[in-house]
Design a protein around this ligand. Structure first.
Ligand SMILES: Cc1cc2nc3c(=O)[nH]c(=O)nc-3n(C[C@H](O)[C@H](O)[C@H](O)COP(=O)(O)OP(=O)(O)OC[C@H]3O[C@@H](n4cnc5c(N)ncnc54)[C@H](O)[C@@H]3O)c2cc1C
Length: 468
């Protein structure tokens, strides 16, 4: 009788089936600060949906868990193969299959990175607008986590760009959903069920993504404020003003100090302003027309001055891109400073001040340092929690997630539940909805082999992976 590895090798050939020392440590983990690294029993490198289907058939036969992996930049422990089993890595399915300029869509394999797609669509004067902080992230991972990022305030998140998918279910069936169109009212929307399902419902093997005209002119406005609360109050006014910011971020004073120091960034802010500022607002505007952009900058400057900005800086292009890049890398600055956990709770944007007030109380109460920055325009607050005592850390997380939920928010705005946030998600979510999610999970993946332990608790009691 052939083992699972022997069957996989017969399917893919020895070069595309990795075991033992052939498995790189990179495949053991993502960027989560808390998920325990775990080696898969075997890594499979497919070239097609048909091969993914055959891999899943083998995994089903042997009762092996299957974890899909993109670039491993996830922050929720989602692609960690916790129970061993088969890791399907998409580094050999990284082709941009089509840029359809007339329909403004890209058709991509899951291993394509954001950077790779951006380079190609730029040549056509187009942009794929979802830009989470890590451009090495794969489109398959973005679809699975419903990635957000800084530009969501203008363009929406991954969910709003995915027009169709090819995906393999836990049964091994290959389905195609949606198409190169923005409208479809023809049965249940399976595309949207799969987006954000973190590899627990289906393995994505192709995506049809919406593209937009690339705006040639952009300006970055930096405004220091006395408090984060003032910024949070200003954000809804900026959105209502109609200047349509592409990026609307806040960075608290501690985070600003950390990210600018990490990159040796000098933004030309005077000492007196620096001393008075507890937080910074960053707004990026873009336009087809430079004159129109200048008008928008002026309107924005006037507005934020009346809303309490201590000063308004329109950054030179180089400083602007350095600042945005530094903000994108804020996670690594927090990690280097010893953060114990990263939270990405979302609340309605107008509730950010109340939320942050609650967070301050929780931090005081537990003797923790909680600092942050975030996609203020989306109500998506990113907090770095410094608390080495596990019991206190747990209290911070419980308190912050409960505060977000009480304000009408959700545990995660974009990083996902993965395994890291599962207990908090299960504790706060409506039991009727959880029961429905479990029924959906069973319909897509009757044996519970797809990424067990992520999002929901495993359906099967215990799997005994024995790939060899
Ligand atoms: C510095 C930094 C900044 C970041 N900033 C942001 C941000 O602003 N916004 C944001 O949303 N995220 C952000 N992230 C998180 C991360 O980049 C995103 O979650 C991204 O979507 C993960 O993509 P990936 O290819 O690395 O996926 P992985 O980490 O490999 O996997 C993530 C999840 O997707 C599943 N998956 C992967 N590929 C597939 C597939 N083909 N089919 C089915 N399931 C699959 C995995 O099983 C796992 O559950 C940041 C991360 C870092 C390190």
């Amino acid at each position: 009788v052939l083992s699972a590895v022997e069957k996989l090798t017969a399917l893919l050939g020895p070069a595309r089936v990795l075991t033992g020392a052939e498995v790189s440590e990179d495949d053991w983990h993502d960027e989560s600060l808390v998920a325990h690294w775990h080696a898969p029993d075997v890594v499979a490198l497919p070239h097609s949906a048909a091969e993914v289907s055959a891999i899943i058939a083998i995994a089903r036969e042997f009762g092996l868990p299957v974890t899909a992996r993109g670039s491993g930049t996830g922050l929720a422990g989602g692609c960690v193969p916790r129970e061993g089993g088969v890791l399907i890595a998409f580094r050999e399915m990284s082709a941009i299959l089509e840029i359809d300029v007339d329909n403004q869509v890209a058709v991509v394999q899951p291993g394509v990175s954001l950077r790779q797609l951006d380079e190609v669509v730029a040549r056509h004067g187009l942009v794929y607008p979802v830009y989470p902080g890590e451009s090495s992230a794969s489109l398959g991972g973005n679809v699975a986590t419903n990635a957000g990022g800084m530009r969501a305030v203008k363009y929406g998140v991954t969910r709003h760009q995915v027009l169709g998918l090819e995906a393999v279910l836990g049964t091994g069936e290959v389905i195609r959903t949606g198409g190169k169109f923005v409208k479809a009212t023809s049965g249940y929307d399976l595309t949207q069920l799969i987006v954000g399902s973190e590899g627990t419902l289906a393995v994505v093997t192709e995506a049809i993504l919406r593209l937009y005209p690339r705006q040639p002119h952009a300006a970055t406005v930096l405004a220091p404020f006395r408090t984060v609360a003032e910024i949070a109050t200003a954000v809804p006014r900026i959105v209502q003003s109609g200047v349509a910011p592409m990026i609307l971020e806040y960075i608290d004073m501690m985070s600003m100090a950390a990210i600018t120091a990490a990159r040796g960034l000098e933004l030309g802010i005077g000492a007196a302003v620096k001393e008075a500022a507890l937080a910074y607002l960053v707004v990026v505007l873009e336009s087809r027309d430079p004159g129109r952009l200048d008008e928008d900058i002026e309107q924005l400057g006037d507005l934020i001055t009346t809303l309490g900005a201590l000063d308004v800086y329109v950054l030179p292009a180089r400083a602007a891109s350095d600042l945005i890049e530094a903000r994108e890398r804020a996670f690594f600055a927090a990690k280097a400073a010893g953060a114990n956990e990263i939270i990405d709770t979302v609340v309605p944007r107008a509730q950010i001040p109340e939320f942050l007030a609650e967070v301050s109380l929780i931090a005081q109460d537990t003797g923790s340092m909680v600092i942050g920055c975030g996609h203020a325009g989306d109500g998506n607050v990113h907090l770095s929690v410094f608390q080495t005592d596990p019991e206190r850390l747990e209290r911070v997380l419980r308190g912050v997630f409960a505060a977000g939920a009480a304000l009408g928010g959700a545990v995660s705005g974009e990083h996902g539940i993965g395994t890291d946030k599962r207990s908090h998600f299960l504790a706060l979510e409506d039991p009727a909805k959880l029961a429905l999610m479990r029924r959906i999970k069973t319909a897509f993946d009757p044996d519970g082999i797809l990424n067990p332990g992520a999002v929901l608790e495993p359906e099967t009691a215990s799997m005994q992976p024995s790939a060899r």
